[in-house]
Design a protein around this ligand. Structure first.
Ligand SMILES: [Zn+2]
Length: 545
């Protein structure tokens, strides 16, 4: 027994000495290959399956399903042997939120018509309290008073106590850029409020890409804001947006059809006119306060000096939760996949033979869908010195990586920092092609968690993975999916998904992370990037396009 034990001891010492000796001899290329090979497709599938299951209730911010998902992720981090990096020695970083929901009493009556919330009208932010206002309806086109173009949309009219029907600018003769740069819209709204308008009713909104129905869908869901966000003053009139069908009803018997009114609104000599009926808007809100958590884990680096610096992997785990009518927003592609990829990377690193020199933080954030609240909170209340955050590699997307074997990549943010050249070199070595953003109109760079790091001076990157072949083929599929499933209860796992795609994306991100963690220098901004600012900066970011 004793002999056997000592032999076993000797044997195990021998093995471990050998392993220790072998480690430094392992080339970084081999270490990268080993790391990438240990990224498990089963892990990605397990995580996505668990997070998008009915019992996770769409992982809603400030909902029990969100808490359940946070517990699940903390448990996975713990099982990988990662250290908690939240508050009070836990994996959780709590954030206080405020929820607003419309009660069924919310209504809009115009003349004899009663409009339906969602289908015919929506109340737009600010949601600053209950309202019950009435007044005569007047159409003021854009509400613009200017010399070029020569307009006085408020000529001979007193908007005090009126329900003002207006168009969002600019008029066709003014460029969108000029309108935005001169902040004309906000000036118009401010003056209408100061002149005492009882209600502001927007008509003819929406574009082909983003129709009224899409806005209505979002604005009738429960709304989430940070609890510490100052509420707008309650004296503000209600802001309401109408569908075109509902708008047409406001114009009946006014002497102008809706179409005629829209045509008149473009003319320099436009004169405001009464719609010869009155309207009543009632807004009834239910407000609640609560908490949701970021889930933060740490893999400590091996280098005595460099371990004080950390690379962050981020992915939002929230989806839209469960609605008042019990529909579950499963969020499988957005962003179960991203979280699954991040967990697979965490698993590979935590089981690797050699630890990276820098530390690595795995940050699963909440509240992304309502405006990146979780990552915004973390960069402003970081659980690691922000000046020592090397970079953020963010996983978020719309599931293009399951369309087939990933061959094509888009790096959102690649043009701003040395993360772009790193992406290029790792991708090329793996036979993947990095292309420029084929959908710049989506402004994806500004729409996920990495951007909050970027604004704080930390280089950030979000990578989209897509199949080979013509780009137009997968962008077409994506555009279709956006119309039917994106941010809808139907964003679920599909049998046709190719799970090797997300694995490829995770492998690439793992190798990039290894280089970022082992390089002597942290990545840097390209000198002429508008985001080239110090880590932790509190300077306002450059304006969004
Ligand atoms: Zn997302």
């Amino acid at each position: 027994m004793a002999l056997l034990l000592s032999l076993l001891l000797l044997f195990s010492i021998g093995v471990s000495q050998e392993a220790q000796l072998a480690t430094p001899a392992v080339s970084s290329r081999a270490a990268e290959e080993a790391l990438s090979a240990s990224v498990k497709v089963e892990t990605i599938r397990d995580v996505v399956t668990a997070l998008s299951a009915d019992d996770m209730q769409g992982r809603g911010t400030m909902q029990p399903g969100g808490d359940k998902a946070a517990d699940y992720l903390a448990d996975r981090f713990a099982k990988l042997g990662l250290k908690p990096l939240g508050e009070k020695g836990s994996f959780f970083q709590p954030i206080k939120f405020r929820e607003t929901q419309f009660l069924p009493e919310t209504s809009f009556k115009a003349g004899k018509e009663t409009l339906e919330l969602g289908r015919d009208f929506v109340v737009t932010p600010p949601f600053n309290g209950d309202k019950n206002v009435s007044g005569d309806l007047v159409f003021i086109a854009y509400g613009l008073i200017s010399s070029t173009p020569r307009r006085n949309d408020l000529a001979n009219i007193d908007v005090r106590g009126k329900m003002v029907v207006l168009l969002e600018g600019p008029p066709k003769v003014v460029s969108k850029k000029d309108w935005k740069d001169a902040k004309v819209q906000i000036d118009i709204l401010r003056s209408l409020v100061l002149l005492g308008a009882a209600g502001l009713i927007f008509v003819n909104t929406g574009t082909d890409e983003h129709p009224y129905s899409e806005m209505a869908d979002y604005l009738t869901r429960r709304q989430i804001e940070r609890a510490d966000k100052e509420e707008m003053p309650s004296f503000l009139p209600p802001f309401v947006t109408l569908s075109n069908e509902a708008a047409a009803k406001l114009f009946t018997n006014s002497g102008s059809t809706f179409a005629e009114a829209l045509a008149k609104a473009e003319l320099e000599g436009f004169k405001p006119f009464s719609l010869k009926k009155s309207a009543t808007i009632t807004v009834k809100l239910k407000k609640a306060k609560g908490t949701s958590n970021n889930v933060v884990a740490l893999l400590e680096g091996s280098d005595p000096k460099l371990k004080a610096e950390a690379l962050v992997y981020s992915a939002h785990y929230d989806a839209f939760g469960v609605s008042a009518d019990k529909r579950i927003y499963h969020g499988a592609a957005d962003n179960g996949l991203g979280v699954g990829e991040m967990i697979a990377v965490a698993e590979a690193f935590s089981q690797a033979a050699t630890r990276p020199r820098r530390s690595i933080i795995f940050l699963a954030v909440t509240g992304e869908e309502y405006g990146g609240y979780g990552s915004d909170f973390w960069v402003k209340n970081p659980t690691w010195k922000i000046k020592q955050v090397a970079a953020d590699l963010n996983f978020d997307g719309m599931g293009t990586e399951v369309y087939g074997p990933v061959k094509t990549l888009v790096g959102y943010g690649a043009e701003h920092s040395t993360l772009g050249t790193l992406l290029e070199s790792v991708a090329n070595a793996q036979g993947l092609t990095v292309i420029t953003d084929p959908m710049p109109e989506e402004k994806s760079f500004y729409r996920s968690d990495h951007y909050f790091f970027v604004k704080k001076g930390v280089p950030g990157l979000m990578i989209l993975g897509a199949p080979g072949g013509p780009v137009s083929e997968w962008t077409k599929r994506l555009k279709e999916w956006e119309k039917t499933d994106y941010h809808q209860p139907t964003d679920t796992i599909r049998p046709e998904w190719d799970w090797q795609g997300p694995r490829t994306l995770a492998m690439l991100s793992a190798v990039m992370g290894m280089r970022l963690a082992n390089n002597e220098q942290m990545p840097s901004w390209l000198p002429n990037s508008p985001f080239n600012r110090e880590r932790g900066t509190s300077e306002p970011p450059p304006p969004e396009p």
